[in-house]
Structure formats: structure tokens, C-alpha cells
Design a protein around this ligand. Structure first.
Ligand code: SF4
Ligand code: SF4
Length: 347
């Protein structure tokens, strides 16, 4: 497919110009961190960044989503009937998403869009999204995407890939959605051989600069009960404060809870991200809690990502190697070390 070259000035102008066709989300600096925000929120897009603190998963799977609404007013004809809350599936473009976060959507898709079950809201929002990636010229030392099937310039799950050549961006179309975005945006010049070669070299250099390599090759051969009963879980979990940071920042965590909120005689049924690191997550109505100990919750997080998922889907691990949980865990619990232990554990 086509490679186009945009000067950085033209790129920003074209992005602003495509606002009528897509809701455009771009990385912006917010205090000490970056986040995705609509292009017209008054903050300048900043593509010179490593990654956002919060992953962009919330653009497809909101942290809190109104599923249904209802009335508790007996006078209303439709009192006590759940009605689907209005949803917005306008086309949106996530521009500058890192390849690990695009791959994460493919991992999450296995849960929300499979043969047995399609989550209507996730599917529609995902289908109305176009993902324009940004290759990582300078991967962080906590990233390990190359160990889990990705790479700093991986095209997996992307509709187009941007490559920062310094004075310009190379725009590479990957899917029909990416081509449609380019057609709407217009502009750009055909990339020359020299620019394509520079992009190739940047990708090769970035792979060479990856410092974290995590062994995952034996996970599928390990016996699930051996790993479950392994002696290291208390030690792994010792420092954890059950803050939930790892799961909330993770682009591949998908668990949610459903809650009702009422205001006078009107009510909403909401689904909110939840975290297996919280004791209440598994509390039964009877009062019984099958994971009332911290080590059980920490074990669950790692076993789900690195063993149950592996065994159930036979397609990699439930982690895209973005490194967020490594960077932001306040007590330095490191999935790379836990994965290496699990991979090596022979029972
Ligand atoms: S971020 Fe660290 S301390 Fe917080 S719940 Fe996760 S593992 Fe525990
Ligand atoms: S488990 Fe950690 S490294 Fe893997 S995708 Fe989630 S936040 Fe990123």
C-alpha cells in the first residue's frame, strides 16, 4: 500500500481539517504525563512522547458507561422498564496510538467479540474507530512488546502507521479504514525511496534498542495446578497494597462491575471498570469470598494473563508489553520477573 510524507506543519493542519469526519483524539501533555484528548480541547497535540499514562482503551471501552436507564415513577407508562441509554458511535480516530496499545485492542477483542458472545457496545465503538499508530523510535526500558508478539513498529491491529522521520512523518496505510482516513485527510506527497529506507532503519534500530526480553515460551507447557500451587505467590504479593493501579492502567484488562445509580425517581445502570486486585471483586452475596487473601488476588492477575488466557485461546498472553504496570506500580511489582518465574517453574 501507499506511503505518504507529511511535513509536521501540514500533518497538524490536515488533522484539524478532518475533524468534520472523525472525532480526532491525539496525545497531549497533561502535567507530567501525556493523555489522549480531542484535538480541539485547547491543548497542542504532542507526538514527541513515549506513551500515555492511562491507556487509550477507554476510548472504546469507557471507564464508566451508562448501559440502561429507567424510571421508578409509577405514574410513568414505562416505569421499571430498562431502556438502552443513548450511545454515540460517531467515527473516531485515535492518532498517535503506540503499537502495543493497538495490539492490546486485539487481545481485548477476544473477550468482547468472539463466536459465542459479542458485546454490542464494545463492538460498535471499536468498529467506528480508526487506529493511526506511531512507531516508537525510542522504546522505554520497561517496554517488552517484542517478547509478546509485537514490536516498536508492529502493524498488528493498526489501520495506518506514522513514522517520525525527524522533519516529517511517513504515513503508511495498513487497512481500508486507514486508506479511508487518508482519503478524507488528503495531502501528503509520495514517499521517496530514501524516506522509506530511513523508516526501515529507524524500525530496525528501535528493535535493537529494546532492553527487556521476557521468556514466555514454556507457559503453555506448564501444568496449571502446579503454577497455581507454586510456592512463590506469597513472596510475589508481599509488597502489594491492592491499589488497582496495574489493572486500571492496563490496556488488556477488561473486567467490569455493574451498578445502579438512582437520582430521585430516575435511575441509570452503569458498567464500570473493576479490578481483580480489590477484595470486594469476588465477594459473594453469601458473604463468602474465594479470594479474600492478597496473594490469591495477585496470583489471579498473573495467572489470568499468563496461564489461563494462554491455555484458553492458544494465542499469546493477555499482555501487550506496554510496561505501564511495571512503571507505575508503587511497590515495584514487575510482571517481567513474575512471568520469567512462571515460565521456568517445573513444579
Ligand atoms: S499496582 Fe502494584 S501495588 Fe497496586 S495493586 Fe497492582 S501490583 Fe499491587
Ligand atoms: S500487564 Fe502490564 S505490561 Fe502487560 S499490557 Fe497490562 S499494563 Fe501493559
Amino acid at each position: 500500500m501507499t506511503d505518504k510524507i507529511f511535513t509536521k506543519e501540514e500533518w497538524l493542519e490536515r488533522l484539524v481539517g478532518v475533524k468534520g469526519d472523525y472525532r480526532v483524539f491525539v496525545p497531549v501533555k497533561d502535567g507530567d504525563f501525556h493523555m489522549f484528548a480531542p484535538i480541539d480541547n485547547g491543548k497542542k497535540p504532542d507526538f514527541n512522547y513515549q506513551n500515555t499514562r492511562l491507556s487509550p482503551k477507554g476510548l472504546v471501552y469507557p471507564q464508566s458507561e451508562r448501559m440502561f436507564e429507567y424510571s421508578l415513577d409509577k405514574q410513568d407508562e414505562d416505569a421499571f422498564i430498562l431502556k438502552e441509554a443513548p450511545k454515540d458511535y460517531a467515527p473516531q480516530a485515535v492518532v498517535g496510538i503506540r503499537p502495543c496499545d493497538a495490539q492490546a485492542f486485539q487481545i481485548v477483542k477476544i473477550n468482547f467479540d468472539n463466536k459465542e458472545y459479542q458485546d454490542p457496545w464494545w463492538v460498535q465503538r471499536f468498529e467506528s474507530s480508526v487506529l493511526i499508530g506511531l512507531g516508537c523510535n525510542e522504546p522505554c526500558d520497561t517496554c517488552f512488546c517484542t517478547s509478546v508478539g509485537g514490536g516498536p513498529f508492529s502493524e498488528k491491529g493498526l489501520d495506518a502507521l506514522l513514522i517520525d522521520l525527524g522533519d516529517a512523518f511517513l504515513f503508511r496505510v495498513i487497512s481500508d479504514k486507514g486508506q479511508a482516513f487518508l482519503d478524507k485527510m488528503g495531502g501528503g506527497a509520495e514517499a521517496g525511496q530514501e524516506q522509506v529506507e530511513k523508516a526501515r532503519r529507524l524500525a530496525q534500530d528501535a528493535e535493537g534498542r529494546m532492553t527487556s526480553h521476557v521468556p514466555t515460551d514454556k507457559l503453555k507447557d506448564r501444568v496449571v495446578l502446579d503454577l497455581f500451587n507454586a510456592p512463590f505467590w506469597e513472596e510475589v504479593a508481599f509488597a502489594c497494597i491492592n491499589c488497582g493501579t496495574c489493572t486500571y492502567l492496563c490496556p488488556t484488562c477488561w473486567c467490569f462491575d455493574i451498578q445502579d445509580e438512582t437520582y430521585g425517581k430516575q435511575g441509570d445502570r452503569l458498567r464500570n471498570w473493576d479490578s481483580c486486585m480489590y477484595p470486594l471483586f469476588t465477594l459473594h452475596g453469601s458473604g463468602h469470598n474465594p479470594r479474600d487473601k492478597k496473594f490469591q488476588r495477585v496470583r489471579q492477575r498473573f495467572m489470568h494473563k499468563l496461564k489461563y488466557y494462554v491455555d484458553k485461546y492458544g494465542d499469546g498472553v493477555q499482555c501487550s508489553g506496554c510496561g505501564r504496570c511495571v512503571r507505575y506500580c508503587p511497590v515495584n511489582i514487575d510482571i517481567r520477573k513474575v512471568c520469567a518465574r512462571m515460565n521456568a517453574y517445573e513444579g
